[in-house]
Structure formats: C-alpha cells, structure tokens
Design a protein around this ligand. Sequence first.
Ligand code: ADP
Ligand code: ADP
Ligand code: ZN
Length: 219
Amino acid sequence: MNLILLGPPGAGKGTQSQELAARRGLIQLSTGEMLRAAVKAGTEIGRKAEAVMKSGGLVSDDIVIGIIADRIDQPDCAKGFILDGFPRTLAQAAALDRLLVSKTRKLDGVIEMRVDDAALVDRISGRSACAKCGAGYHDSHKRPKTAGVCDVCGSTEFTRRADDNAETVGKRLMAYYRETSPLIGYYFAKGVLHTVDGMAPIGEVTKQIEGVLKSLAAA
Ligand code: ADP
Ligand code: ADP
Ligand code: ZN
C-alpha cells in the first residue's frame, strides 16, 4: 500500500507514519528526515538545503523530487511506503504522479490530518526525538514511559530540531497554506482524499487512520 500523509507542520504525520511503519511494515519516507541527514553529512544537497530549512522555507522541488525518485526504487519500498512531508507543492505532486506511472505503481490514498493552527505551536515547541532511533516524543503529549529513556531503543539521548522554534513556525505555516494546502483539492479531485481529526489524542488518530486503511483494502 502506498500512502501520503498530508498536513501542516506539527500535525502528527511523523508520529502516525512511525506507528504505521511498525504495525504494517510500510516504509516511512520523510523528506524532512532525509534532508536533515544530508545536512548532517555535509553532502551537496545538505549544503543547498540547510539555510532554507533553518529559515522555515521550502527546499527546491528538483532536490526533493530527486531524493524521492531514488528512494522509492530501493527494494525495501516494494511492499509499500508512507510519504511523510512529500509532496509539498503542486509541482511535486505532479512529479510524483509521473514517477508512479513510470514505475507502474499507484497511490492508494492520501490521508489529510486536520489540526487547528493554534495547536501547532504547542506541538512543535514541545517536540523531541530519540537521538539514536528517531522515535518521536512530546514534552506533555507523548512522554517516554520511563522519564528520559526511549521506549523503543532504551537510549537516554534526545534531540530537538533547530527549526522547531516559535519564529519559524509562522513561516512554515505560511508555506503550508501557500504551497501545500492546494494539494487537498488536488487529491480530492482525484478521489483519493481521506480526512482524519488530527486534534484527537494520538491513539485515537491511529484508529481513524486504521479505519481508512481498512476501507481502502475492502474497496
Ligand atoms: P509532523 O511530522 O506532522 O510535523 P509530528 O508527528 O512530529 O508532526 O508531531 C509533532 C509533535 O506533536 C510531536 O512532539 C508529537 O509527539 C506530538 N503529537 C503528534 N500527534 C499528536 C496528537 N494527536 N495529540 C497531541 N500531540 C501530538
Ligand atoms: P514538519 O512536518 O515539521 O514541517 P519536515 O521534517 O517534514 O517538518 O520538514 C522540515 C523542513 O524540510 C521543511 O520546513 C522544509 O524546509 C524541508 N522540506 C521537507 N520536505 C520538503 C518538501 N517535500 N519540499 C520542500 N521542502 C521540504
Ligand atoms: Zn530510541
């Protein structure tokens, strides 16, 4: 099954992708994670992307389309993937359509996670992740079972993203409304859009997504 999780920064795309990956063996493809890895490794892509990411803008379509085209060709994606944070512009959505046609694969569904703008600042400013395995946490909504210890791998080191601060949130939200929100209409028109209530507690959102996936499998 090939899915897109769509929603503003902080909506819960990464959280739900990790959950789906663990439950269903689908591969999570987060362009944000891949770009952060490129910045850390100091590759050419990383050097091009770093300043834009820090300021809360969008990295160029060419770069992210290239990253995804390479990635979905790898054997681990054969069973299916969850796109988390891609596509983010209509040009990226059109490129993805062409890419999937050329590989005779299809998009099974797009899940839009709807969250009030006012909740996003709290989501983003309280976000952290395990430094070792990348599992996502939140200071008040998703704490590790044992304080300071990752539930998944037991590591005691956590990181916070350089762009997760109040100044960039406004800019990232603006980029979402200007560039990404038109994708809701794009996928609605294609008949593949499903909307879940991203304001619900994490486990409840997972249940709603599972409901959508069951309806897709039955169709
Ligand atoms: P995105 O990938 O869409 O930017 P994340 O999955 O990283 O969003 O979630 C942002 C933050 O909000 C994280 O700290 C996460 O633990 C928390 N979070 C995710 N979903 C929910 C939810 N339904 N309710 C409360 N907090 C949530
Ligand atoms: P979030 O879901 O919290 O917005 P991501 O990890 O998805 O964060 O993305 C972090 C940053 O990486 C974005 O603000 C943007 O600069 C860049 N980025 C990630 N994916 C894309 C994309 N598909 N197109 C353009 N820029 C992207
Ligand atoms: Zn961990």
